[in-house]
Write a new protein. Sequence first.
Length: 95
Amino acid sequence: MTKLFFKQDGNLLNLFLDSPVGKVNAVAGEINLPAGIELKQIQTGSSMVSFWVEPPALVDNKIVFSGVIPGGYQGANGQVLVLIFQKPPLTQQGQ
Protein backbone atom coordinates (compact mmCIF):
# COMPACT_ATOMS: atom_id res chain seq x y z
CA MET A 1 0.00 0.00 0.00
CA THR A 2 1.35 3.44 -0.95
CA LYS A 3 1.23 6.10 1.75
CA LEU A 4 2.48 9.56 2.68
CA PHE A 5 3.43 9.97 6.33
CA PHE A 6 5.16 12.36 8.74
CA LYS A 7 8.11 11.89 11.09
CA GLN A 8 8.85 14.65 13.59
CA ASP A 9 12.31 15.56 14.85
CA GLY A 10 12.01 18.54 17.21
CA ASN A 11 10.99 21.57 15.12
CA LEU A 12 11.22 19.57 11.87
CA LEU A 13 8.32 17.69 10.35
CA ASN A 14 9.45 15.42 7.51
CA LEU A 15 6.99 14.19 4.90
CA PHE A 16 7.88 10.78 3.44
CA LEU A 17 6.47 8.45 0.80
CA ASP A 18 6.34 4.66 1.06
CA SER A 19 5.52 2.73 -2.08
CA PRO A 20 6.57 -0.90 -1.56
CA VAL A 21 4.50 -2.47 -4.35
CA GLY A 22 4.58 -0.19 -7.41
CA LYS A 23 6.21 2.95 -8.72
CA VAL A 24 4.71 6.34 -7.92
CA ASN A 25 5.41 9.07 -10.49
CA ALA A 26 3.60 12.03 -8.90
CA VAL A 27 2.64 13.37 -5.47
CA ALA A 28 0.25 16.12 -4.44
CA GLY A 29 -1.15 17.27 -1.17
CA GLU A 30 -2.64 19.87 1.10
CA ILE A 31 -1.53 20.06 4.72
CA ASN A 32 -3.79 22.05 7.04
CA LEU A 33 -1.91 23.85 9.81
CA PRO A 34 -3.67 24.42 13.14
CA ALA A 35 -4.02 27.96 14.41
CA GLY A 36 -1.00 29.16 16.36
CA ILE A 37 1.56 27.04 14.49
CA GLU A 38 4.25 29.25 12.94
CA LEU A 39 5.94 27.84 9.85
CA LYS A 40 9.47 29.17 9.34
CA GLN A 41 10.55 27.37 6.17
CA ILE A 42 9.75 24.63 3.65
CA GLN A 43 12.73 22.66 2.36
CA THR A 44 12.77 20.52 -0.78
CA GLY A 45 16.53 20.22 -1.42
CA SER A 46 16.66 16.54 -0.39
CA SER A 47 13.35 15.68 -2.02
CA MET A 48 12.97 12.78 -4.42
CA VAL A 49 10.56 15.04 -6.35
CA SER A 50 12.63 16.53 -9.15
CA PHE A 51 9.96 18.65 -10.86
CA TRP A 52 7.48 20.70 -8.85
CA VAL A 53 4.30 21.48 -10.78
CA GLU A 54 3.19 23.50 -7.75
CA PRO A 55 6.14 24.11 -5.43
CA PRO A 56 5.27 23.72 -1.73
CA ALA A 57 3.86 26.99 -0.44
CA LEU A 58 1.86 28.30 2.50
CA VAL A 59 -1.55 29.48 1.30
CA ASP A 60 -4.33 30.41 3.75
CA ASN A 61 -2.82 28.35 6.60
CA LYS A 62 -2.40 25.34 4.30
CA ILE A 63 0.71 23.96 2.66
CA VAL A 64 -0.10 22.96 -0.91
CA PHE A 65 2.17 21.09 -3.32
CA SER A 66 2.30 18.83 -6.36
CA GLY A 67 5.27 17.35 -8.12
CA VAL A 68 6.53 14.71 -10.52
CA ILE A 69 9.07 11.93 -10.01
CA PRO A 70 10.43 11.01 -13.47
CA GLY A 71 10.94 7.25 -13.71
CA GLY A 72 8.80 6.79 -10.60
CA TYR A 73 9.68 5.86 -7.04
CA GLN A 74 9.34 2.49 -5.37
CA GLY A 75 10.70 2.00 -1.87
CA ALA A 76 10.47 3.18 1.72
CA ASN A 77 11.06 6.55 3.36
CA GLY A 78 11.35 8.63 0.19
CA GLN A 79 11.60 12.21 1.41
CA VAL A 80 9.08 14.59 -0.17
CA LEU A 81 9.65 17.76 1.88
CA VAL A 82 10.64 19.11 5.28
CA LEU A 83 8.63 21.66 7.25
CA ILE A 84 10.50 23.76 9.81
CA PHE A 85 8.46 25.36 12.56
CA GLN A 86 9.22 28.06 15.15
CA LYS A 87 8.29 25.56 17.89
CA PRO A 88 7.73 21.80 17.71
CA PRO A 89 4.39 21.35 15.91
CA LEU A 90 3.37 18.21 17.78
CA THR A 91 3.86 17.36 21.41
CA GLN A 92 3.27 14.15 23.28
CA GLN A 93 0.67 14.26 26.01
CA GLY A 94 2.24 15.01 29.36
CA GLN A 95 5.32 16.77 27.97
